[in-house]
Design a protein around this ligand. Structure first.
Ligand code: ARG
Ligand code: ZN
Length: 419
């Protein structure tokens, strides 16, 4: 990918400022196709070989199967060629986003940006980092901040611990921001912390949860990647580590865990968006999270990780089609949680084991955590289903977080009642 001249034309020179990034997505389109058979899947494969194609859903062309909904982004100059190719070969398609730059501009509110932190805006890393300090300082009896490690580029990975102090408390781990461009994810972690501190002592469920459980919240896991999406390339997904013998950067952190590592749905090519890394836990971020969880295995009872987009609630396994031994229980929790989520705005979620529900993909944090013995392991894929994709407008932050909160509270309460 990064050897493609397109990469340099559009992103390589954009290091100067966000201004150049503004120019870079003009005319780019996001297409949606549902290949009907192997032949049409092969057409997508040849397309991906012919030109720079950024797969939004699924994460890579290698994961495409017949009848699957496929969203991908192409550069402006190539969009006519792509349309012609799809037409010629009889593949039905839809233009999801006609001009990516317009969608990019539309993700931010028209209201002037104050520069300060807001739960209803996308906050950059510096703002989030400062917020972690503030929220802990303002709620000393409920929130404390620690650092679980440093990112590749040296940023501290802040972790918030929330709950009333008490003896032998069990905990729920929640993380956001694995994939850099999934901005709604960190927004949810911040929202969750806000809700906890604002409704403790008022909302009976939240009060019970915080009295009897601790929540570990990692608001942004892939901080370097997140910073990169704010400064250089809004569509970046991976970490930002340098790869040996390659000019391409980054590893897919959700392919980097030691769970069937790199056996399926992941790539050994450092230029791929689903590169599994040079070894399990090769990424400092993965190692830091895995170390923390290993050190707290006796207390952590549930693990929730938040991605976007597609509106899914997934549980193990993704590295194999084999169902987990707790399939029945996990499925009924996912069903009830999805129902709770939909009760607010009627947002429909699909749920099930990862491999079967979307695609097999090894090395994910949910599978690894589950195999460590943490039974309640779930992956959320938040709004939407492709209308805006990764560029969800800020006006949708509040409703998305509100509905997701209902599902998270449901799961947390279930875990508490089954300790
Ligand atoms: N879109 C997410 C990803 O591909 C889904 C994660 C599901 N879990 C998993 N272990 N693959 O990373
Ligand atoms: Zn993701």
């Amino acid at each position: 990918n990064c050897l493609n001249p397109f990469f340099y034309v559009f992103f390589g020179a954009a290091s100067v400022s966000a201004h150049l990034q503004d120019l870079s997505f003009d005319g780019q389109k996001v297409f949606r196709v549902i290949p009907q058979n192997d032949e049409q899947v092969e057409i997508l494969n040849s397309l991906a070989r012919l030109m720079q194609v950024d797969f939004w859903q699924p994460d890579s062309v290698a994961l495409v199967r017949p009848k699957m909904q496929v969203d991908f982004r192409v550069e402006a100059e190539k969009s006519f060629e792509v349309e012609d190719l799809l037409k010629e070969s009889g593949v039905e398609y839809q233009v999801l986003i006609d001009n990516l730059q317009a969608a990019l501009d539309a993700q931010f509110d028209s209201k002037a940006r104050t520069g300060g932190h807001s739960y209803e805006k996308y906050n950059n890393w510096d703002t989030i980092a400062a917020w972690t300090a503030d929220i802990a300082a303002q709620n000393p009896d409920l929130v404390s901040r620690s650092v679980i490690g440093q990112t590749y580029e040296g940023r501290p990975m802040y972790l918030l611990k929330m709950g009333k102090s008490g003896p032998n408390k069990k905990a729920i781990f929640l993380d956001c921001g694995f994939h850099a461009r999934e901005w709604i994810s960190p927004a949810f972690c911040q929202w969750f912390v806000k809700e906890a501190v604002e409704t403790y002592g008022k909302d009976t469920v939240m009060t019970t949860l915080l009295n009897n459980l601790d929540f570990y919240v990692l608001p942004v896991f892939n901080i370097d990647g997140y910073v990169y999406t704010w400064t250089k390339d809004r569509m970046w997904r991976k970490t930002r580590s340098k790869n040996a013998n390659s000019s391409c950067y980054g590893t897919d952190p959700n392919r980097n865990f030691d769970a069937g590592w790199c056996t399926t749905g992941a790539s050994k090519n450092p230029c791929s968006a689903t590169y599994c890394g040079s070894a399990p836990e090769s990424e400092k971020e993965t190692k830091a999270l895995a170390d923390f969880i290993r050190e707290h295995l006796s207390t952590i009872k549930a693990y929730l990780t938040v991605h976007s987009y597609s509106q899914l609630l997934l549980f193990p396994y993704s590295y194999t089609y084999t169902l987990p031994s707790d399939y029945q229980e996990l499925n009924s929790i996912a069903s009830a949680a999805s129902k709770r989520l939909a009760s607010l705005y009627n947002t429909k979620y699909t749920y099930g084991p990862g491999a079967k529900t979307i695609y097999p993909a090894a090395g994910g944090s949910d599978d690894w955590v589950y195999d460590q013995g943490i039974k309640y392991a779930f992956t959320f894929e938040l709004r939407d289903t492709g209308r805006h994709g990764f560029l969800l407008p800020e006006s949708e932050i509040k409703p998305t977080c509100e509905e997701t909160l209902l599902a998270v509270k449901y799961i947390a309460n279930y875990v508490l009642e089954h300790l």
